[in-house]
Design a protein. Structure first.
Lengths: 457, 484
């Protein structure tokens, strides 16, 4: 029997000890008319028979091969980066992989110390005072940041949040799903068509009374926003600043803690670029960092350093009075777990790369994007859409419908980018393209050649 | 020692990142970072050694019996990790076109179909990232349903006092008031209190069955009738699905919406606290409101259902499709188990729990619900030991660690004093269960003979009991170089 160790003799002895004749007798408190296994129909008819591991392996290999290994220039919130082999070798050790939330701190010091190290690195990377132990993903971390800002901004008491359209469309949708039932509204802020950024001049006439301004960095188009001006504007208008970051970019770019005069207040974002494979969109992890003053409004697990009975340093979950298992209906969030295993990988990843490795990976990604953009812009019928500096993604416009272009590229095993036609119809046939440090000159050249071929047919 | 304390300026791992700093002159200097973040500078071997050693400080399923009630800490088959980690699966971009996604989408579609059958629900969405997000999706769908019926005056969600803390927290996140109802002496919902609680303000009820008290609610059909009669819907918290897999289906009990914890029932790893996956299943009337994306099959082609296909959906819950890698592991587990294997999950989880219940009762431990069968878990109350021997549930829990057993869930559910919620799961052997019971008996004897051994536990772990009050009062959440 799969993953059940009982021998016939074990079963006999155990039933005898309990004092029943059969395992079925143990279900005698369930009304018979509810018993699926006693009904007329064959129970679990749509579940196939079990297979030996070798057959399941064959099936999964076949399906994996169906999907192939295309050359990927899609970013849009999930990025291909080199992950050192050691990262997942260690992360999948059973002691990390098959442990649970560190409720018994003494028996979980490995996970707890690792989370403390993670919090240290992430807070420092974002320029914030504190970090939690992670949330589900980038999009839901924005939702939690919005809820947190509304709780924390006691001066404004507003339930409106200013969210630029340069924020990932799925993040905006996710945040709306999660916050709308609490009467919080996300107000859209349009972007500059030339620069692909929020024009600070467009803010001056905005009516005030927002709990927070969201600043994506880099924004969904890859463009760098005027973070200093935006941050100061928000603070002058009584709003908190929520930064939505790509943490890899922060290896190279100024941290949100340094923006403007006072820095951002809350930093959220997607942790995937730091050691987590793209893997169809998850599991990833959400970043959640903030200034010290807001720590008690922060959702999710937080680890603190303390001492044991002998005065020896140790680590434990702390500030649990914020959480659902203590406060129930008054908790800061219903969130229970974090994304422990992804954070384990990410911590090891950051430790292996070091600050310099992270900076170099970020710089190389940017440089490859620059090279790609030059090659693509040189093609007749391709236009570089925005004139502002960007990180490792950029928007191009092509003269054919994006779906046709992407399909033609995919036929040659190139995933040429993310079509913006649905979310940003005003941009026409626009594609968001990405190059990371994993691409070499030949890859970039191949993409340019194929695109040229398709556009000149 | 922290990884930062092993750092030495200038130590690098040049094979893991580009060795030269590429040209960044296109980015104006005022955007550039001037300070270096607090990352260690350590060799690859130092890093590997450090985190390998840290891992060895953990208890885990792979190393210890881990009978943490309500968490279903069963064996996580290695094949699930290996096969979900095939390069094409790990390398697949979430926005890859259908032409490069049919293998992955087929797995997701198969899993959706199996979960429909397992739960008896009409449709399933895999997208919620964890149980708590599945709960959120469930209650948000209840709200969307009432709103679509112009019945938005319903303002309350009923939650039994035994419920997991996420239930009331979720109801509030969905904009509802929480009305708690009591549990009767047998651990069941107090039907009279329920009848008094329902009315035109009732949006729904959140229930776990078997409940968090480790007993099956036999009057579930009656409860469903009372709530439906009042116009409310029933939400099933799938935390304890392991107890009934293949035996009873929430859909047949009358529930309108359920979430499943795949990291419990379908044995995906708990990972030191996540990631999980919390798919939701619904009855006919809630189908239009399911969260997106979902997978559909049209002839031989699999594709995503999104906003355009599901205009009444409550919307998206994450950036992409949820925790795909967790769902893959659950799918592989389900294929290994198959139909027969799934039946046996509930059967042997229940056999193990009832065996432990009887053995512990016979050893003189008091059961919270002595007249009831265990489901996949049961509760022992140590109030007598706490009063007579000064050894409370926390003391037993900490001393168990010294014996090499992870402690059961302590002090939950809140309404049973000095409780241990014990869930052995189907993957443990009889010998392991006997070993745990022997340890409990030995600890009780120690409490009589030398209480300080129990009060001072653990003795054999990397640290002794930690000062939680200091941790919360003198917050130390990050290492600072100056503190070195």
């Amino acid at each position: 029997m799969p993953f059940v160790p009982h021998t016939e003799e074990d079963i006999r002895v155990m039933l005898e000890a309990i004092g029943v004749d059969s395992i079925n007798d143990l279900f005698d408190e369930i009304p018979k008319n509810l018993r699926h296994d006693l009904g007329d129909e064959k129970p679990l008819a749509n579940v196939p028979e079990g297979l030996p591991e070798s057959d399941v392996a064959r099936l999964m290999h076949k399906r994996a091969n169906t999907d192939g290994a295309p050359l990927c220039f899609i970013g849009a919130g999930a990025y291909e980066h080199h992950i050192p082999a050691a990262v997942w070798e260690i992360t999948t050790r059973g002691e990390f992989y098959s442990a649970y939330t560190p409720y018994q701190a003494e028996a979980s010091q490995g996970t707890l110390q690792l989370l403390y190290e993670f919090q240290t690195m992430m807070a420092s990377l974002t320029g914030m005072d504190v970090s939690n132990g992670s949330l589900y993903d980038g999009a839901s971390s924005l939702a939690e940041a919005v809820l947190m800002a509304v709780r924390a901004n006691r001066k404004s008491k507003s339930k409106r949040i200013l969210v630029p359209r340069t924020t990932h469309p799925h993040y905006r949708k996710t945040a709306n799903t999660i916050v709308k039932n609490q009467g919080i509204t996300l107000e859209e802020l349009d972007y500059d068509r030339e620069g692909g950024h929020i024009d600070p001049a467009s803010l001056t006439d905005e009516p005030g009374d927002f709990a927070a301004l969201v600043i994506p960095y880099p924004n969904f188009f890859g463009v760098l926003e005027d973070v200093d001006v935006l941050t100061d504007w928000a603070h002058q208008h009584g709003a908190l600043v929520i930064a939505v970051v790509n943490p890899l970019a922060l290896g190279l770019l100024k941290s949100p803690g340094q923006w403007g005069e006072k820095g951002a207040d809350i930093v959220c974002g997607e942790g995937q670029p730091l050691g987590v494979p793209m893997a169809s969109g998850g599991p990833y992890y959400g970043i959640m960092c903030c200034k010290q003053a807001l720590v008690r409004q922060m959702p999710g697990r937080i680890v603190g350093r303390t001492v044991d009975l002998d005065g020896k340093p140790g680590y434990t979950l702390t500030l649990q009075a914020r959480e659902q298992h203590i406060r129930r209906s008054k908790a800061t969030s219903n969130i229970c777990t974090n994304q422990g295993l992804m954070v384990t990988a990410s911590t090891i990843h950051m430790a292996l790369l070091g600050a310099q490795g992270l900076k170099h990976a970020a710089a190389q990604s940017h440089a490859n994007k620059q090279t790609l953009l030059e090659k693509l812009s040189a093609i007749d019928g391709v236009k570089n859409t925005f004139n502002r500096p960007s990180f490792h993604e950029a928007v191009i416009q092509v003269e054919l419908p994006t779906k046709d272009v992407l399909d033609a590229l995919a036929e040659n095993n190139i995933l040429g980018g993310y079509s913006l036609s649905e979310d940003y119809p005003e941009l026409g046939n626009a594609l968001l393209v990405c190059a990371t440090e994993t691409k070499n000159e030949a890859d970039l050249e191949l993409y340019a050649e194929e695109l040229q071929r398709i556009l000149t047919v | 020692m922290l990884i930062f304390e092993q750092s030495r300026t200038g130590r690098r791992n040049p094979v893991q990142a580009p060795s030269e700093l590429a040209d960044t002159s296109a980015i104006p200097s005022h955007y550039m970072r001037e300070d270096a973040p607090t990352f260690p500078e350590a060799s690859e071997m130092q890093v590997v050694r450090h985190y390998t050693k840290l891992s060895q400080l953990n208890f885990s399923i792979d190393t210890q019996f881990y009978p943490l009630g309500s968490c279903t800490m069963k064996y996580n088959p290695r094949a699930c990790n290996t096969l979900a980690s095939l390069p094409s699966f790990l390398g697949r971009h979430p926005f890859a076109p259908e032409s490069h996604s049919q293998g992955f989408l087929a797995c997701m579609h198969d899993l959706q179909e199996m979960l429909k059958d397992v739960t008896g629900m009409k449709e399933v969405s895999l997208t919620p990232a964890a149980g708590a997000q599945g709960e959120f999706a469930g209650v948000a769908m209840i709200r969307a349903y009432h709103d679509a019926n112009n019945d938005s005056g319903r303002s309350e969600i009923i939650v039994p006092d035994a419920a997991h803390g996420t239930n009331p927290a979720t109801a509030v996140m969905c904009g509802y008031k929480v009305r708690e109802i009591p549990t009767d002496v047998n651990g069941d919902v107090d039907l009279e209190a329920l009848k008094a609680a329902v009315g035109p303000q009732t949006a729904g009820i959140m229930l776990t069955n078997p409940s968090t008290l480790g007993v099956f609610e036999p009057e579930i059909k009656t409860i469903a009738g009372i709530v439906h009669e009042a116009g409310g819907l029933l939400y099933y918290d799938g935390a304890n699905l392991n107890a009934i897999l293949g035996k009873v289906r929430p859909g047949d009990m009358g529930f309108d919406v359920i979430h499943m914890n795949l990291h419990k029932t379908f044995s995906t790893p708990h990972g030191g606290g996540g990631p999980g996956a919390g798919p939701v299943g619904v009855s006919e009337r809630l189908i239009p409101f399911l969260p997106i994306p979902m997978v559909t099959k049209e002839e031989d082609n699999y594709r995503w259902l999104t906003e355009a296909d599901c205009p009444q959906s409550i919307g998206r819950l994450s950036g992409f499709m949820g925790n795909a890698g967790v769902l893959m592991r659950a799918y592989i587990y389900a294929r290994l188990l198959g139909r027969e294997g799934m039946h046996r999950v509930a059967e042997f989880a229940t056999l193990n729990a009832n065996y432990m219940l009887v053995k512990m009762r016979d050893a003189g431990f008091e059961l919270a619900y002595p007249n009831r069968r265990a489901t996949h878990e049961f509760i022992v109350t140590l109030k007598k030991e706490a009063k007579e021997l000064d050894a409370n549930a926390m003391d037993f829990a900490k001393r168990l660690l010294d014996y090499g057993y992870h402690a059961p869930t302590t002090y939950f559910p809140l309404l049973v004093p000095e409780c241990l919620l014990i869930e052995p799961t189907e993957s443990e052997t009889q010998e392991e269960l006997d070993g745990f019971i022997d340890a409990m008996i030995a600890i009780k004897k120690e409490a009589k003979d030398s209480i300080e051994v129990v009060k001072g536990a653990p003795h054999n772990l990397p640290v002794r009991r930690l000062d939680d009050v200091k941790a919360a009062r003198e917050l130390d959440l990050t290492w600072k170089p100056s503190a070195a």
